[in-house]
Design a protein around this ligand. Sequence first.
Ligand code: OOG
Ligand code: NI
Length: 265
Amino acid sequence: MTSKITALFDNIWKNYLDVTPSAKQVHQLLGSGNDVINDHVAYRTFNLEKVNLDKLAAHLLALGYKECGEYHFEAKKLYAKHFEHSDSTLPKVFISELLVEQLSEQAQAIIHKLVDGLDDDIATREDFLYSGAAWQVSSTEYQSLLSESEYAAWLAAWGYRANHFTVSINHLENFNSIEAVNEAVKQGGFKLNTSGGEIKGDEAVKLEQSSTLADKAEVTFSDKTMAIPSCFYEFAKRYPLTDGQLYSGFVAASADKIFESTNAA
Ligand code: OOG
Ligand code: NI
């Protein structure tokens, strides 16, 4: 089972690096051998039957992951869950879905057109979590979604791939604090997401997080090719609860700001 999971995350990581070259450099900058462990990987989707959160989660549940927490983001019109594996060296997975029915009629029409064209069983395919966008979207549809929901636009352009990987600061040998990680990343020439401050959360909520601003990569829209924000890299430091175990959940107020790492700079 573990080798199947390792192979899955290897594929997801390669597919992520295709559009996030900075992640490889940041990985090298922070790591000193085999100490770069992924705290979590994140996915985005629409809450439409064919591709909803549960369809993505099915891939993880089949590999022994368990559902562990749920989160609501009212302003961004999102719902999310996170999944954990009993093997704590495996990354947690955070999956959010856009509540499509809460968008304008125009945005809903674009999104339904994308998803309606997909095969009914698309989400069950073995490579679904690293398959990208199987639909055709035009740059005007992208811009139209962008004016209403950055999340919807990102998802229309990039589809099913990891939105980000996350370095577990707890496991790094050369770094102990999120401040030191942030300094090294900035010194390396990479920009951080400053929405809500560079550091989201604190010891009181048992989780500190920061992230790069997404790279830019070319998307082949149906009418033209254009470089837009792709994916980002996150850094997380977890603190122990009173039982000595590291907090394993997410913090909605922090996540709300992490979503903004794919905003255009
Ligand atoms: C997910 C944002 C939330 C976290 O660690 O709080 C998140 C996203 O940007 O899709 O990953
Ligand atoms: Ni994250």
